[in-house]
Design a protein around this ligand. Structure first.
Ligand code: MN
Length: 391
Protein backbone atom coordinates (compact mmCIF):
# COMPACT_ATOMS: atom_id res chain seq x y z
CA UNK A 1 0.00 0.00 0.00
CA UNK A 2 3.10 2.18 -0.09
CA UNK A 3 2.29 3.81 -3.41
CA UNK A 4 -1.21 4.69 -2.26
CA UNK A 5 0.04 6.26 0.98
CA UNK A 6 2.65 8.35 -0.78
CA UNK A 7 0.24 9.56 -3.44
CA UNK A 8 -2.36 10.34 -0.82
CA UNK A 9 0.13 12.47 1.10
CA UNK A 10 1.17 14.31 -2.08
CA UNK A 11 -2.42 14.95 -3.17
CA UNK A 12 -1.98 13.12 -6.49
CA UNK A 13 -4.80 12.12 -8.78
CA UNK A 14 -5.23 8.39 -8.27
CA UNK A 15 -6.52 5.38 -10.16
CA UNK A 16 -8.79 2.97 -8.34
CA UNK A 17 -9.10 -0.17 -10.41
CA UNK A 18 -12.21 -2.27 -9.91
CA UNK A 19 -11.72 -4.86 -12.67
CA UNK A 20 -11.79 -7.59 -10.02
CA UNK A 21 -15.04 -6.32 -8.43
CA UNK A 22 -17.21 -4.27 -10.81
CA UNK A 23 -15.47 -5.83 -13.82
CA UNK A 24 -16.26 -9.33 -12.64
CA UNK A 25 -19.85 -8.27 -11.97
CA UNK A 26 -20.29 -8.08 -15.76
CA UNK A 27 -23.03 -10.54 -16.70
CA UNK A 28 -21.37 -13.79 -17.73
CA UNK A 29 -17.85 -13.00 -16.51
CA UNK A 30 -16.01 -15.06 -13.87
CA UNK A 31 -12.27 -14.98 -13.22
CA UNK A 32 -10.48 -18.01 -11.83
CA UNK A 33 -8.56 -17.48 -8.59
CA UNK A 34 -5.29 -17.65 -10.50
CA UNK A 35 -6.51 -15.05 -13.01
CA UNK A 36 -7.58 -12.69 -10.23
CA UNK A 37 -4.17 -12.88 -8.60
CA UNK A 38 -2.39 -12.43 -11.92
CA UNK A 39 -4.52 -9.42 -12.87
CA UNK A 40 -3.83 -7.84 -9.47
CA UNK A 41 -0.07 -8.26 -9.93
CA UNK A 42 -0.27 -6.78 -13.43
CA UNK A 43 -2.27 -3.81 -12.17
CA UNK A 44 0.27 -3.25 -9.42
CA UNK A 45 3.19 -3.41 -11.86
CA UNK A 46 1.36 -0.98 -14.10
CA UNK A 47 1.15 1.49 -11.22
CA UNK A 48 -2.51 1.77 -10.21
CA UNK A 49 -2.96 3.18 -6.71
CA UNK A 50 -5.76 1.08 -5.33
CA UNK A 51 -7.18 -2.29 -6.34
CA UNK A 52 -10.77 -3.07 -5.43
CA UNK A 53 -10.33 -6.82 -5.13
CA UNK A 54 -13.80 -8.17 -4.48
CA UNK A 55 -16.55 -8.77 -1.95
CA UNK A 56 -15.39 -10.77 1.13
CA UNK A 57 -18.87 -11.42 2.51
CA UNK A 58 -19.42 -13.74 -0.48
CA UNK A 59 -17.03 -16.10 1.31
CA UNK A 60 -15.43 -19.12 -0.40
CA UNK A 61 -12.95 -18.47 -3.20
CA UNK A 62 -13.78 -14.77 -3.27
CA UNK A 63 -12.71 -14.21 0.32
CA UNK A 64 -9.73 -16.57 0.08
CA UNK A 65 -8.31 -14.81 -2.99
CA UNK A 66 -8.53 -11.42 -1.30
CA UNK A 67 -6.64 -12.82 1.70
CA UNK A 68 -3.94 -14.20 -0.60
CA UNK A 69 -3.72 -10.94 -2.45
CA UNK A 70 -3.18 -9.00 0.77
CA UNK A 71 -0.30 -11.39 1.48
CA UNK A 72 1.48 -10.29 -1.71
CA UNK A 73 2.34 -6.96 -0.07
CA UNK A 74 1.75 -4.97 -3.27
CA UNK A 75 2.52 -1.27 -3.64
CA UNK A 76 -1.16 -0.61 -4.33
CA UNK A 77 -3.74 -0.40 -1.58
CA UNK A 78 -6.13 -3.37 -1.46
CA UNK A 79 -9.75 -2.40 -1.01
CA UNK A 80 -12.69 -4.71 -0.35
CA UNK A 81 -16.28 -3.89 -1.21
CA UNK A 82 -19.13 -3.98 1.30
CA UNK A 83 -22.75 -3.19 1.66
CA UNK A 84 -23.32 -0.70 4.45
CA UNK A 85 -23.53 -3.15 7.30
CA UNK A 86 -21.20 -4.22 10.08
CA UNK A 87 -21.18 -7.91 9.14
CA UNK A 88 -19.94 -7.20 5.60
CA UNK A 89 -17.20 -4.96 6.96
CA UNK A 90 -16.17 -7.62 9.48
CA UNK A 91 -15.58 -10.10 6.62
CA UNK A 92 -13.41 -7.51 4.88
CA UNK A 93 -11.35 -6.83 7.98
CA UNK A 94 -10.77 -10.59 8.36
CA UNK A 95 -9.00 -10.49 4.99
CA UNK A 96 -6.51 -7.92 6.25
CA UNK A 97 -7.29 -5.29 3.62
CA UNK A 98 -6.12 -1.74 4.27
CA UNK A 99 -9.17 -0.12 2.70
CA UNK A 100 -12.92 -0.70 2.50
CA UNK A 101 -15.66 0.57 0.22
CA UNK A 102 -18.96 0.90 2.06
CA UNK A 103 -21.84 1.17 -0.35
CA UNK A 104 -25.49 2.12 -0.06
CA UNK A 105 -28.03 3.68 -2.40
CA UNK A 106 -28.71 7.38 -2.05
CA UNK A 107 -31.37 7.95 -4.71
CA UNK A 108 -35.04 7.93 -3.80
CA UNK A 109 -35.80 5.50 -6.62
CA UNK A 110 -33.41 2.96 -5.04
CA UNK A 111 -34.37 3.76 -1.46
CA UNK A 112 -38.10 3.39 -2.19
CA UNK A 113 -38.15 0.58 -4.75
CA UNK A 114 -35.04 -1.50 -4.03
CA UNK A 115 -34.26 -1.03 -0.33
CA UNK A 116 -37.93 -0.22 0.53
CA UNK A 117 -36.86 1.96 3.38
CA UNK A 118 -36.26 5.61 4.22
CA UNK A 119 -33.50 8.19 3.79
CA UNK A 120 -33.07 8.19 7.56
CA UNK A 121 -32.40 4.41 7.62
CA UNK A 122 -29.81 4.85 4.85
CA UNK A 123 -27.98 7.48 6.90
CA UNK A 124 -28.02 5.30 10.02
CA UNK A 125 -26.81 2.14 8.25
CA UNK A 126 -23.97 4.04 6.57
CA UNK A 127 -22.93 5.76 9.80
CA UNK A 128 -22.86 2.52 11.79
CA UNK A 129 -20.77 0.69 9.19
CA UNK A 130 -18.33 3.60 8.80
CA UNK A 131 -17.86 3.99 12.55
CA UNK A 132 -17.16 0.26 12.83
CA UNK A 133 -14.55 0.40 10.06
CA UNK A 134 -13.08 3.57 11.54
CA UNK A 135 -12.30 1.76 14.79
CA UNK A 136 -10.29 -0.79 12.79
CA UNK A 137 -8.19 2.01 11.31
CA UNK A 138 -8.71 1.17 7.63
CA UNK A 139 -9.10 3.71 4.82
CA UNK A 140 -12.80 4.24 4.05
CA UNK A 141 -14.53 5.11 0.80
CA UNK A 142 -18.25 5.66 1.24
CA UNK A 143 -20.11 4.91 -1.97
CA UNK A 144 -23.32 6.64 -2.91
CA UNK A 145 -24.92 4.12 -5.23
CA UNK A 146 -27.00 5.90 -7.88
CA UNK A 147 -25.58 9.21 -6.64
CA UNK A 148 -26.18 10.79 -10.04
CA UNK A 149 -29.95 10.34 -9.65
CA UNK A 150 -30.00 11.39 -5.99
CA UNK A 151 -31.52 14.55 -4.56
CA UNK A 152 -28.58 16.93 -4.28
CA UNK A 153 -29.40 18.28 -0.83
CA UNK A 154 -29.77 14.77 0.55
CA UNK A 155 -26.48 13.78 -1.06
CA UNK A 156 -24.74 16.70 0.67
CA UNK A 157 -26.23 15.61 4.00
CA UNK A 158 -25.13 12.00 3.35
CA UNK A 159 -21.55 13.01 2.50
CA UNK A 160 -21.28 15.31 5.51
CA UNK A 161 -22.48 12.56 7.85
CA UNK A 162 -20.09 10.08 6.24
CA UNK A 163 -17.24 12.49 6.81
CA UNK A 164 -18.27 13.08 10.42
CA UNK A 165 -18.40 9.30 10.98
CA UNK A 166 -14.81 9.00 9.76
CA UNK A 167 -14.97 8.30 6.01
CA UNK A 168 -11.94 9.37 3.95
CA UNK A 169 -13.64 9.87 0.61
CA UNK A 170 -16.93 9.69 -1.22
CA UNK A 171 -17.37 7.55 -4.32
CA UNK A 172 -19.82 9.34 -6.59
CA UNK A 173 -21.46 6.49 -8.51
CA UNK A 174 -23.10 7.15 -11.84
CA UNK A 175 -24.59 3.70 -11.45
CA UNK A 176 -26.82 3.78 -14.52
CA UNK A 177 -24.56 5.98 -16.64
CA UNK A 178 -26.81 9.02 -17.05
CA UNK A 179 -24.23 11.76 -16.50
CA UNK A 180 -22.80 13.90 -19.28
CA UNK A 181 -19.60 15.92 -18.87
CA UNK A 182 -21.19 19.38 -18.40
CA UNK A 183 -23.58 18.11 -15.73
CA UNK A 184 -20.74 16.14 -14.11
CA UNK A 185 -18.54 19.20 -13.86
CA UNK A 186 -21.32 21.25 -12.29
CA UNK A 187 -22.51 18.68 -9.75
CA UNK A 188 -19.03 17.60 -8.61
CA UNK A 189 -17.94 21.23 -8.22
CA UNK A 190 -20.99 21.95 -6.07
CA UNK A 191 -20.52 18.78 -4.02
CA UNK A 192 -16.90 19.59 -3.24
CA UNK A 193 -17.83 23.18 -2.35
CA UNK A 194 -20.59 21.99 -0.04
CA UNK A 195 -18.70 19.19 1.73
CA UNK A 196 -14.93 19.60 1.25
CA UNK A 197 -14.79 15.82 0.82
CA UNK A 198 -12.33 13.91 -1.40
CA UNK A 199 -14.30 12.58 -4.37
CA UNK A 200 -13.91 9.47 -6.50
CA UNK A 201 -15.64 9.32 -9.87
CA UNK A 202 -17.28 5.98 -10.61
CA UNK A 203 -18.80 6.26 -14.05
CA UNK A 204 -20.63 3.84 -16.32
CA UNK A 205 -20.64 3.82 -20.09
CA UNK A 206 -24.31 3.45 -20.96
CA UNK A 207 -24.21 6.49 -23.26
CA UNK A 208 -20.53 6.06 -24.18
CA UNK A 209 -19.42 8.82 -21.80
CA UNK A 210 -17.76 6.99 -18.89
CA UNK A 211 -14.26 8.26 -19.69
CA UNK A 212 -15.47 11.78 -20.53
CA UNK A 213 -17.45 11.98 -17.29
CA UNK A 214 -14.50 10.74 -15.25
CA UNK A 215 -12.35 13.49 -16.75
CA UNK A 216 -15.03 16.11 -16.18
CA UNK A 217 -15.06 15.06 -12.51
CA UNK A 218 -11.31 15.50 -12.31
CA UNK A 219 -11.63 18.96 -13.82
CA UNK A 220 -14.13 19.78 -11.07
CA UNK A 221 -11.69 18.62 -8.39
CA UNK A 222 -12.24 14.86 -7.96
CA UNK A 223 -8.95 13.18 -7.02
CA UNK A 224 -9.82 9.52 -7.52
CA UNK A 225 -10.99 7.78 -10.67
CA UNK A 226 -12.62 4.37 -10.63
CA UNK A 227 -11.65 2.36 -13.71
CA UNK A 228 -11.58 -1.17 -15.12
CA UNK A 229 -9.31 -2.76 -17.70
CA UNK A 230 -10.98 -2.59 -21.14
CA UNK A 231 -13.90 -0.78 -19.48
CA UNK A 232 -15.20 -4.17 -18.35
CA UNK A 233 -18.23 -3.79 -16.10
CA UNK A 234 -21.96 -4.12 -15.75
CA UNK A 235 -24.00 -3.48 -18.91
CA UNK A 236 -21.95 -1.12 -21.12
CA UNK A 237 -19.11 -1.15 -18.59
CA UNK A 238 -17.05 1.35 -16.61
CA UNK A 239 -14.50 4.00 -17.53
CA UNK A 240 -11.54 2.17 -19.10
CA UNK A 241 -8.22 2.29 -17.25
CA UNK A 242 -6.19 2.61 -20.44
CA UNK A 243 -8.40 5.39 -21.82
CA UNK A 244 -8.46 7.41 -18.61
CA UNK A 245 -4.70 7.18 -18.07
CA UNK A 246 -3.84 8.21 -21.65
CA UNK A 247 -6.51 10.93 -21.79
CA UNK A 248 -5.23 12.41 -18.52
CA UNK A 249 -1.71 12.40 -19.92
CA UNK A 250 -2.42 13.85 -23.35
CA UNK A 251 -5.56 15.95 -22.86
CA UNK A 252 -5.05 17.17 -19.28
CA UNK A 253 -1.27 17.01 -19.08
CA UNK A 254 -1.52 14.89 -15.92
CA UNK A 255 1.06 12.13 -15.85
CA UNK A 256 0.18 9.41 -13.34
CA UNK A 257 3.50 7.63 -13.82
CA UNK A 258 1.71 4.55 -15.14
CA UNK A 259 3.75 1.98 -17.13
CA UNK A 260 1.69 2.51 -20.25
CA UNK A 261 3.88 0.14 -22.31
CA UNK A 262 2.16 -2.72 -20.48
CA UNK A 263 -1.34 -1.76 -21.62
CA UNK A 264 -1.63 -4.15 -24.55
CA UNK A 265 -0.36 -7.11 -22.52
CA UNK A 266 -2.71 -6.33 -19.63
CA UNK A 267 -5.73 -5.59 -21.82
CA UNK A 268 -5.27 -8.73 -23.90
CA UNK A 269 -4.88 -10.84 -20.77
CA UNK A 270 -8.09 -9.45 -19.26
CA UNK A 271 -9.87 -9.83 -22.62
CA UNK A 272 -9.00 -13.54 -22.62
CA UNK A 273 -9.75 -14.05 -18.93
CA UNK A 274 -13.15 -12.36 -19.29
CA UNK A 275 -14.01 -13.91 -22.64
CA UNK A 276 -14.65 -10.40 -24.01
CA UNK A 277 -12.57 -9.82 -27.12
CA UNK A 278 -11.19 -6.36 -27.80
CA UNK A 279 -12.86 -4.87 -30.88
CA UNK A 280 -10.50 -3.46 -33.52
CA UNK A 281 -11.45 0.17 -32.90
CA UNK A 282 -11.14 -0.05 -29.08
CA UNK A 283 -9.41 3.22 -28.06
CA UNK A 284 -5.74 2.86 -27.03
CA UNK A 285 -5.41 -0.93 -27.37
CA UNK A 286 -7.56 -1.98 -30.37
CA UNK A 287 -5.63 -3.48 -33.30
CA UNK A 288 -6.86 -0.72 -35.60
CA UNK A 289 -5.76 2.25 -33.52
CA UNK A 290 -2.36 2.42 -35.18
CA UNK A 291 -3.28 0.91 -38.54
CA UNK A 292 -3.28 3.26 -41.51
CA UNK A 293 -4.69 2.31 -44.87
CA UNK A 294 -5.88 5.41 -46.71
CA UNK A 295 -3.28 6.85 -49.07
CA UNK A 296 -3.31 10.32 -47.53
CA UNK A 297 -2.97 9.07 -43.95
CA UNK A 298 -0.33 6.44 -44.73
CA UNK A 299 1.71 9.00 -46.68
CA UNK A 300 1.53 11.45 -43.76
CA UNK A 301 2.44 8.87 -41.14
CA UNK A 302 5.35 7.59 -43.20
CA UNK A 303 6.71 11.14 -43.46
CA UNK A 304 6.04 12.00 -39.81
CA UNK A 305 3.89 9.86 -37.46
CA UNK A 306 2.72 12.97 -35.61
CA UNK A 307 0.56 13.86 -38.62
CA UNK A 308 -2.01 11.20 -37.66
CA UNK A 309 -0.90 9.80 -34.29
CA UNK A 310 -1.19 11.68 -30.99
CA UNK A 311 1.32 9.37 -29.30
CA UNK A 312 3.52 6.60 -30.58
CA UNK A 313 2.19 3.03 -30.67
CA UNK A 314 5.17 1.76 -28.65
CA UNK A 315 4.04 3.92 -25.75
CA UNK A 316 1.10 1.59 -25.13
CA UNK A 317 2.73 -1.62 -26.35
CA UNK A 318 1.34 -1.47 -29.90
CA UNK A 319 2.94 -1.42 -33.34
CA UNK A 320 2.19 0.80 -36.28
CA UNK A 321 0.76 -1.03 -39.27
CA UNK A 322 0.44 0.27 -42.80
CA UNK A 323 -2.41 -1.69 -44.31
CA UNK A 324 -2.39 -2.25 -48.06
CA UNK A 325 -5.93 -2.22 -49.40
CA UNK A 326 -8.52 -0.36 -51.43
CA UNK A 327 -7.63 3.02 -49.93
CA UNK A 328 -3.87 2.70 -50.20
CA UNK A 329 -1.69 5.01 -52.23
CA UNK A 330 1.53 4.44 -54.19
CA UNK A 331 3.78 5.63 -51.32
CA UNK A 332 2.53 2.92 -49.00
CA UNK A 333 2.89 0.30 -51.72
CA UNK A 334 6.47 1.34 -52.39
CA UNK A 335 7.22 1.17 -48.66
CA UNK A 336 5.65 -2.27 -48.32
CA UNK A 337 7.73 -3.67 -51.20
CA UNK A 338 10.88 -2.12 -49.78
CA UNK A 339 10.33 -4.34 -46.72
CA UNK A 340 10.90 -7.24 -49.14
CA UNK A 341 13.90 -5.59 -50.78
CA UNK A 342 12.01 -4.57 -53.90
CA UNK A 343 12.45 -0.94 -54.92
CA UNK A 344 9.42 -0.21 -57.13
CA UNK A 345 9.51 2.59 -59.68
CA UNK A 346 6.69 5.14 -59.49
CA UNK A 347 5.27 3.68 -62.68
CA UNK A 348 5.24 0.11 -61.35
CA UNK A 349 3.74 1.26 -58.05
CA UNK A 350 0.95 3.00 -59.93
CA UNK A 351 0.39 -0.07 -62.09
CA UNK A 352 0.22 -2.34 -59.06
CA UNK A 353 -2.09 0.02 -57.21
CA UNK A 354 -4.88 -0.59 -59.72
CA UNK A 355 -4.52 -4.35 -59.26
CA UNK A 356 -4.42 -3.97 -55.44
CA UNK A 357 -7.62 -1.92 -55.44
CA UNK A 358 -9.57 -4.32 -57.56
CA UNK A 359 -8.38 -7.32 -55.53
CA UNK A 360 -9.34 -5.58 -52.27
CA UNK A 361 -12.83 -4.85 -53.61
CA UNK A 362 -13.25 -8.47 -54.71
CA UNK A 363 -12.09 -9.76 -51.32
CA UNK A 364 -13.79 -6.99 -49.29
CA UNK A 365 -10.69 -6.63 -47.10
CA UNK A 366 -7.08 -5.47 -47.18
CA UNK A 367 -4.43 -7.76 -48.67
CA UNK A 368 -1.96 -10.07 -47.01
CA UNK A 369 1.68 -9.68 -47.94
CA UNK A 370 1.60 -12.98 -49.80
CA UNK A 371 -1.31 -11.81 -51.94
CA UNK A 372 0.61 -8.65 -52.77
CA UNK A 373 3.50 -10.78 -53.99
CA UNK A 374 1.19 -12.79 -56.26
CA UNK A 375 -0.23 -9.58 -57.67
CA UNK A 376 3.32 -8.37 -58.25
CA UNK A 377 4.26 -11.56 -60.11
CA UNK A 378 1.15 -11.24 -62.28
CA UNK A 379 2.00 -7.62 -62.92
CA UNK A 380 5.56 -8.44 -63.99
CA UNK A 381 4.31 -11.21 -66.24
CA UNK A 382 1.78 -8.95 -67.93
CA UNK A 383 4.32 -6.19 -68.33
CA UNK A 384 6.68 -8.58 -70.08
CA UNK A 385 4.02 -9.91 -72.43
CA UNK A 386 1.57 -7.06 -72.99
CA UNK A 387 -0.47 -9.13 -75.49
CA UNK A 388 -1.23 -11.74 -72.88
CA UNK A 389 -4.78 -11.62 -71.59
CA UNK A 390 -3.47 -12.29 -68.13
CA UNK A 391 -5.10 -14.59 -65.65
MN1 MN B 1 -20.45 0.20 -10.78
Amino acid sequence: MQRFKESLARGDIMLVDTTLRDGEQTAGVVFSNREKLRIARMLDNLGVHQIEAGIPVMGGDEKQVIRELVGFGLKASIMAWNRANVDDVRHSLECGVDAVAISISTSDIHITHKLRTSRQWVLEQMTRAVEFARKAGVYISVNGEDASRSDFDFLVKFVKEAKAAGADRFRYCDTVGVLEPFKTYEVISRLIDATGMDIEMHTHNDFGMATANALAGVKAGARFIGVTVNGLGERAGNAALEEVAMALKYLFNVNLGVNTKDFVTLCEYVARASGRQLYPGKPIVGTNTFAHESGIHADGVLKNPATYEVFSPEEVGQQRQIIIGKHSGTKAIKMKFLEYGIDLSDEDAAGLLAAVRSAAVDLKRPLFDKELMYLYEDYLYERKSPDSTGS
